[in-house]
Design a protein around this ligand. Structure first.
Ligand SMILES: [Zn+2]
Length: 302
């Protein structure tokens, strides 16, 4: 299976992930970002699960597709274009149990889960109509995919149209096949021409001066401690990280949070909390980054 575009993390989610241990987020921002991260984590897991399952078979995988159809915007978490159908996945990473019956979802109290039912109905309606404009014989199948293993969907059928990690392989096995993937290009183009940028991705304004500086782990985002001249250790992950990797990680953090900030030796030294001397930072930067221009502050790297 070919993947058309990699999933990109929202700026807000990215800032929250990188800075949760060292910046004070307001409670409502933290709650909102936490939800975003949970959603992104679920979507990324589905990307991995599906690309692994369809490895060696044909199809085009598109993640996070936002379509503007008839002045309505619809967001698709993941989608696979096959030779005669389109599989659409609505990913849910929820921690509460649900009940499924007759194509609808209910809370365990018996209340209909209206937000999800409406979302799925809207996805089906808009995507089916739009794909039918291209070819009315192409099927559009919308699968809700519950990725959290600890969540239970009562009443869900083993070979039904509700997916979880326990049954997706059984349900999707019939779509694993070989065909000339080029035959899907016109339909992929039809979908992509309605694709719009993600307008939920508002830039998060982080005040540089209020962020705690220091050396942090690129996996768990906790502090890493220096154990020798060339090594740091993350006590949470229990892994060793080279000084050069800690510096490169610092550069990545700055450029993700403040994409417009020029990277200078002075800035990186300050960002890493001055735990690594300026000369080492300068050496790593000049070895790994392209020097673009210099000024009184130091050197700019790209
Ligand atoms: Zn760690």
């Amino acid at each position: 299976m070919k993947s058309l575009k990699p999933r990109v993390s929202l700026h807000q989610a990215e800032c929250f992930r990188l800075l949760q241990e060292r910046f004070h987020f307001f409670d409502d921002t933290a709650a909102r970002c936490d939800k975003l991260l949970k959603g992104e984590y679920g979507e990324t897991r589905v990307d991995e699960v599906l690309s692994c399952f369809f490895d060696g078979f044909d199809g085009i995988y598109i993640s996070d597709l936002r379509l503007n159809i008839d002045f309505q915007q619809v967001q698709v978490d993941s989608l696979i274009v096959l030779d005669d159908c389109v599989l659409v996945f609505e990913v849910k990473n929820l921690s509460f149990d649900l009940h499924a019956a007759d194509g609808l979802f209910y809370m365990m109290s018996g209340e209909p889960f209206t937000a999800l039912n409406d979302q799925l109905a809207r996805l089906k309606k808009l995507l089916r109509a739009y794909v039918a404009q291209f070819d009315p014989y192409i099927d559009v199948i919308v699968y809700p995919f519950f990725i959290n293993d600890s969540q239970c969907i009562h009443g869900m059928l083993l070979r039904g149209d509700v997916l979880a990690t326990s049954n997706f392989a059984l349900v999707l096995a019939k779509y694993r096949r070989r065909f000339n993937w080029r035959s899907t290009v016109p339909l992929v183009n039809h979908l992509m021409k309605r694709s719009v940028p993600n307008d939920f991705d508002k830039k998060m304004d982080i005040d540089y001066s209020k962020v705690t500086k220091g050396t942090y782990c690129s996996v768990c985002y906790n502090k890493v401690e220096r154990i020798s001249q060339r090594k740091f250790r993350c006590l949470k992950c229990n892994t060793d990280i080279s000084t050069a990797a800690v510096i490169s990680n610092g550069v990545k953090e700055i450029s993700r949070i403040w994409p417009d900030k020029p990277i200078t030796t002075k800035l990186v030294t300050d960002w890493l909390g001055e735990s690594i001397d300026k000369r080492t930072i300068q050496r790593v930067l000049s070895k790994n980054y392209l020097l673009t221009k210099g000024n009184y502050e130091g050197w700019h790297y790209k």
